[in-house]
Design a binder for this molecule. Structure first.
Ligand SMILES: [Zn+2]
Length: 249
């Protein structure tokens, strides 16, 4: 399929939004940052070129001044908290999670407080009090305590449920295929995914659509997809890329 045929469903949906005078909110979350790397530079260049705000989920326990120095000059980057060490505490036969029910709640919450405090100190200007649980999983029993630690929202994967005791700012379109070949999902599939999310909003929902990336493991197709998505959306009145702080208000 040609590039143009692959992207046509998105173009059509954007035209439908524009014709109706509607605008959907998009936001970009990228996970697993620890230190400055060439892939991170590439992501920052790309988002910078298109003026797309970036919510960067940083792993607190293992990060430090080097990343803070690198991000200091970035005006559209918000730093959010990605667990504590990003270690898996689930049994081998269970889905991976760091913030699951395996350990006592107070132990996990102490880590989440340490992560909050460390990133807030490292990023006085860019810190945004949002928790991104590693592997997008967290024990529900922890949620009511997060507000006391200072967190204003949690970001996991999939449609947000109104039942949560803390605000959810979720991601919906993960560009990577985590099963089998680790690489970008087929572009046509990602476009269909985005169109479905947009169509849901057209029918009434207003939840921002989160696009999820992982700069450290992108293959060429992943970089191409992000670049093309920014290109397709840059002049459209149908969508706007928002910073996560803006979405919290
Ligand atoms: Zn992660």
């Amino acid at each position: 399929m040609s590039d143009s045929a692959i992207w046509r469903p998105l173009r059509d949906e954007l035209l439908r939004f524009a014709a109706a005078g509607r605008t959907a909110n998009l936001w970009l979350r990228d996970d697993d940052a620890i230190e400055p790397t060439a892939p991170l530079d590439r992501l920052l260049d790309l988002t910078g070129n298109f003026a797309v705000p970036l919510a960067l989920a940083v792993i607190p326990a293992v990060t430090g001044e080097a990343l803070a120095m690198r991000l200091q000059r970035e005006n559209r980057v918000a730093v959010i908290v990605h667990g504590w060490t990003h270690d898996n505490h689930a049994a081998d036969d269970r889905k991976k999670q760091e913030l699951g029910p395996e350990r006592p709640g107070p132990v996990v919450l102490a880590e989440l407080k340490a992560g909050f405090d460390k990133l807030k100190r490292l990023y006085p200007r860019q810190f945004t009090p949002v928790l991104v649980p590693p592997w997008n999983r967290i024990a529900p029993t922890l949620l009511p305590s997060l507000g006391d630690l200072g967190y204003r929202a949690v970001s996991v994967y999939g449609q947000s449920s109104a039942m949560s005791s803390i605000a959810l700012v979720n991601s919906h379109v993960d560009i990577m295929n985590w099963h089998g070949v680790r690489g970008c999902r087929p572009h046509a599939e990602l476009v269909a995914n985005l169109v479905t999310e947009l169509a849901n909003r057209f029918d009434g929902g207003s939840e921002p659509i989160g696009v999820l990336t992982h700069h450290l493991v992108h293959d060429a197709a992943a970089w191409d997809f992000i670049a093309q998505l920014f290109e397709e959306t840059k002049d459209s009145s149908a969508v706007g890329w928002r910073g996560i702080a803006e979405l919290l208000n």
